[in-house]
Design a binder for this molecule. Structure first.
Ligand SMILES: *[C@@H]1O[C@H](CO)[C@@H](O)[C@H](O)[C@H]1NC(C)=O
Ligand SMILES: *[C@@H]1O[C@H](CO)[C@@H](O)[C@H](O)[C@H]1NC(C)=O
Ligand SMILES: *[C@@H]1O[C@H](CO)[C@@H](O)[C@H](O)[C@H]1NC(C)=O
Ligand SMILES: *[C@@H]1O[C@H](CO)[C@@H](O)[C@H](O)[C@H]1NC(C)=O
Ligand SMILES: *[C@@H]1O[C@H](CO)[C@@H](O)[C@H](O)[C@H]1NC(C)=O
Ligand SMILES: *[C@@H]1O[C@H](CO)[C@@H](O)[C@H](O)[C@H]1NC(C)=O
Ligand SMILES: *[C@@H]1O[C@H](CO)[C@@H](O)[C@H](O)[C@H]1NC(C)=O
Ligand SMILES: *[C@@H]1O[C@H](CO)[C@@H](O)[C@H](O)[C@H]1NC(C)=O
Ligand SMILES: *[C@@H]1O[C@H](CO)[C@@H](O)[C@H](O)[C@H]1NC(C)=O
Ligand SMILES: *[C@@H]1O[C@H](CO)[C@@H](O)[C@H](O)[C@H]1NC(C)=O
Ligand SMILES: *[C@@H]1O[C@H](CO)[C@@H](O)[C@H](O)[C@H]1NC(C)=O
Ligand SMILES: *[C@@H]1O[C@H](CO)[C@@H](O)[C@H](O)[C@H]1NC(C)=O
Ligand SMILES: [Fe+2]
Ligand SMILES: [Fe+2]
Length: 501
């Protein structure tokens, strides 16, 4: 490291406030891959990567573009085996809710500060919109593009936008982006190599290829995640490097996670890259947590590990992929105990809406096998959703879109979307990645209300007011809305709804 510059680059017109002076070298400390996450309505996590460790990562911020008069720092600059970068995490506190801030991580080479808006305080019933993607991988030459390898599926059509581009083109149309699992899909390095999509396959180079795909994803996401909070949940593709087992049929070789380096297993990259608001919600790391935004209480669950019921260890995993990951909790049934308490604490007069997401679905027109349908998840979560009148349950994992009726134990709520008692279920795992889309099993289940398994897209949730919530499926290719449905809920019937409403 050479002590080349002692100041961060300051945009023209921005005062050289003493607070931005950096007492060290910015060489190798240039921030990249910026990611925000809500940390309560008065906080924001700012995360970014650098090529070397920072002694004390620091963020300068303020309400005026030319006056970043506040700063926050931490000592969190972490890496792991197989990673080429360090993950820096700083929590900014003492912020005003629903307020725009300008910020710069120290050593930023951006000529203008980045911006974010803090979340609306619980009880603020102004309308808002959120974007949701599940199963979204790296786009471009290392992932989903207009071509695919031998046996590869559903490349983009020429001229179609991928989901990252689509989100970027509608950046002003949502407050935050929610991504409940299957992020980047760096573990597709193996399939992409075997299928000849990536050149010069060798298992020995796997670590480098995996890391390139991962870095490409965070780079591609930066225009979105540097300005919109990016709330994430765990999916199976965060667990290992072999995509849960991949076969090279031509050479009759089946790869297992025995080829994975320690840094590529047990959600290691996922744990290092993010800081979700689990401290604020008594959750656990990036695995389960909740947050409020205005009139909605959002809950992220972990369908991959820690399902409880005495199953500790690999068998506790919801799916059949033998991820050999977790558990992350130290107590029996820690996640469900937390969920019951988190739900019980919701003040429906402030946040009448409760929206839950978990990576794996249980209501989906797919084969009834544990790799697609998580019956263990249903077993532990569904009764709690019903008892606490959860409004909407989102999932992915199956790479298709299916909007279902409100359901409980396979029974359809006779009210459908007109003030149902049962939670509404939507699966949208169609954001896109190298492996394409899955075909839904026809005939569709009797609870299916709209299904699409040939188009990439994302979900847009609009909370109009305390009674109306609209879900839309946005086709990434051209931005058109291919499905719209509105749930009406008379939340005033619920426990905890105070008389002033
Ligand atoms: C800069 O670093 C030096 C040596 O580590 C230290 O003595 C000095 O107090 C630091 N200055 C500031 C402004 O932090
Ligand atoms: C800033 O530095 C990072 C890391 O070297 C690099 O990826 C990025 O392109 C640079 N950005 C600008 C605007 O120069
Ligand atoms: C980081 O700071 C925390 C408290 O601020 C402290 O407990 C911890 O030991 C520090 N870690 C390192 C590596 O310095
Ligand atoms: C595709 O995305 C680009 C950039 O993200 C945007 O400018 C353009 O309007 C989008 N096109 C369509 C048809 O959505
Ligand atoms: C792959 O190998 C070929 C032939 O040896 C070489 O020309 C090419 O540059 C290599 N490509 C990469 C990306 O390493
Ligand atoms: C493939 O490999 C397995 C064991 O690794 C072997 O039992 C089987 O005969 C092989 N199949 C072919 C077609 O070579
Ligand atoms: C995964 O990491 C957690 C937390 O460090 C640890 O408790 C657990 O034993 C690990 N699981 C496996 C299978 O390595
Ligand atoms: C799916 O399979 C599981 C286990 O084989 C079984 O318990 C369950 O009843 C089946 N569900 C449906 C809807 O067929
Ligand atoms: C749901 O509520 C019913 C009736 O109050 C109760 O018997 C049941 O134990 C509750 N289930 C859960 C998972 O809380
Ligand atoms: C839908 O199918 C389930 C079994 O999967 C059955 O229990 C239920 O009665 C059916 N509902 C209707 C309305 O047909
Ligand atoms: C709530 O929003 C819906 C959809 O925009 C609208 O039809 C309804 O009138 C609104 N209700 C109130 C009380 O404003
Ligand atoms: C947009 O894309 C969808 C899905 O590919 C297609 O069905 C629709 O016709 C397109 N709409 C327009 C206006 O091109
Ligand atoms: Fe997936
Ligand atoms: Fe998945």
């Amino acid at each position: 490291m050479k002590p080349s510059s002692s100041l961060v680059l300051i945009p023209l017109g921005v005062s050289l406030a003493s607070t931005v002076a950096y007492n060290g070298s910015c060489h190798d400390h240039k921030p990249m891959q910026l990611r925000l996450a809500y940390a309560g309505s008065t906080g924001m996590h700012v995360s970014w990567n650098t090529f070397s460790r920072i002694e004390q990562p620091r963020v300068h911020f303020g309400e005026c573009i030319d006056h970043l008069d506040q700063q926050a720092s931490s000592n969190i600059s972490v890496t792991y085996r197989t990673s080429t970068t360090y993950n820096n995490h700083v929590k900014l506190g003492g912020l005003k809710p629903n307020t725009k801030y300008y910020y710069q991580p120290e050593c930023s080479n951006s000529t203008t500060p980045f911006t974010f808006v803090t979340s609306r305080a619980a009880g603020d019933h102004a309308p808002f919109t959120a974007a949701v993607v599940v199963d979204m991988g790296t786009m471009g030459s290392l992932g989903l593009s207009t071509s695919a390898g031998t046996g590869g599926a559903v490349p983009l059509k020429p001229g179609e936008n991928n989901t990252i581009e689509s989100l970027e083109s509608m950046l002003h149309g949502f407050d935050f982006l929610w991504h409940p699992g299957d992020i980047a899909h760096a573990d597709y390095w193996l399939k992409e190599s075997i299928q000849g999509y990536l050149p010069n396959f060798s298992v020995a180079d796997g670590v480098k290829t995996y890391e390139r795909i991962l870095n490409a994803f965070y780079d591609e996401m930066t225009p979105i995640t540097s300005t919109k909070p990016y709330m994430v949940g765990p999916g199976d593709h965060e667990a290992n490097c072999d995509n849960g087992g991949t076969s090279d049929l031509v050479h009759n070789i089946t790869y297992t996670d025995s080829i994975c380096m320690p840094g590529q297993t047990n959600f290691t990259g996922y744990r290092n890259h993010f800081r979700m608001p689990s401290v604020e919600s008594n959750g656990l790391g990036n695995f389960w947590y909740s947050f409020d935004h205005g009139m909605t209480h959002f809950i992220q669950l972990d369908t991959e590990t820690d399902l409880g019921h005495g199953l500790i260890g690999p068998d506790e995993v919801g799916g059949s992929e033998h991820e050999d990951s977790g558990p992350f909790g130290s107590k029996m049934n820690q996640q469900t105990t937390w969920l019951a308490r988190d739900l019980a604490l919701v003040d429906r007069s402030k946040t009448p809406w409760i929206v839950v997401s978990g990576h794996r679905p249980w209501y989906i027109s797919a084969k009834n096998k544990s790799s697609s349908v998580c019956l263990d998840c249903q077993d532990v979560f569904e009764p709690l959703f019903l008892n606490h009148s959860v409004d909407l349950v989102l999932s992915g994992h199956v790479h298709a879109y299916e909007r279902n009726a409100p359901l409980y134990n396979y029974q359809i709520d006779a009210n459908e979307l007109e003030n149902p008692t049962y939670p509404w279920y939507i699966t949208n795992g169609a954001a896109g990645h190298y492996d394409g889309l899955d075909s839904l099993v026809k005939p569709l289940k009797n609870y299916s209300r709209f299904a699409l398994d040939t188009v990439y897209g994302w979900s847009r949730l609009t909370f109009h007011n305390v009674t109306h919530l609209t879900h839309e499926f946005v086709a990434s290719g051209n931005g058109s809305v291919l499905d719209t449905a509105t749930l009406r809920k008379d939340h005033s019937q619920l426990r905890g709804w105070y008389s002033e409403h």
